[in-house]
Write a protein that binds this ligand. Sequence first.
Ligand SMILES: CC(C)(COP(=O)(O)OP(=O)(O)OC[C@H]1O[C@@H](n2cnc3c(N)ncnc32)[C@H](O)[C@@H]1OP(=O)(O)O)[C@@H](O)C(=O)NCCC(=O)NCCS
Length: 180
Amino acid sequence: MDTAHKPDDIGITVRALEPADAQEVSALTGAPGTFEGTLQLPDMPVASRLEWLQKLEPHGCRLVAVAQGQVVGSAGLHQAGLSLRRAHVRMLGIGIAAGWQGKGVGRLLIARLLDWADHWAGVLRVELTVHADNDRAIALYRSMGFVEEGRHRAYAIKDGRYVDALCMARLHPNPPRLEG
Ligand SMILES: CC(C)(COP(=O)(O)OP(=O)(O)OC[C@H]1O[C@@H](n2cnc3c(N)ncnc32)[C@H](O)[C@@H]1OP(=O)(O)O)[C@@H](O)C(=O)NCCC(=O)NCCS
């Protein structure tokens, strides 16, 4: 696990997302400064995301970052469909509150997710899609071992224009092998 950013360094605790966090995480996800980089729409009710956030994901990992009792970021690894042939794959999603971006919270959350994937859950491939204009996210993903695999043209509408998206993935750098 990446120990460069210990929770103490930036006053953050990382823990599992609980159903009771859904309201707070939904508000964060839909807030200006965060929703634009995702596929969320502006001015959607907090309630529109609650069902998804309250759903337990036994084959996924959902985390929140908490500072002074408030959720300031969330991130998850989600099953990539139900096919057994993609059982080794998880899809990454992440959102940090606008006032907390650029302070290492995203790196902290992703490091915890990759520890879960690499050392506990038998995940070989973590994949994601990111808007091609999201320089901060792309820099963070690259620095954590993700590589670009392709580009979707006109992937989504963003503030009145089409944006491309990059597909990126990280393969387990040292998958477990039988010993002895
Ligand atoms: C993208 C996002 C998840 C990154 O999380 P974060 O906590 O802001 O990122 P961190 O502070 O951990 O790391 C950002 C890294 O990018 C670098 N960076 C910041 N702004 C940058 C920019 N404009 N261009 C290039 N690199 C940049 C930082 O220097 C940092 O690298 P370092 O740790 O080596 O110094 C977060 O900003 C966010 O939620 N944005 C809005 C929603 C979103 O875009 N979600 C991602 C959807 S794919």
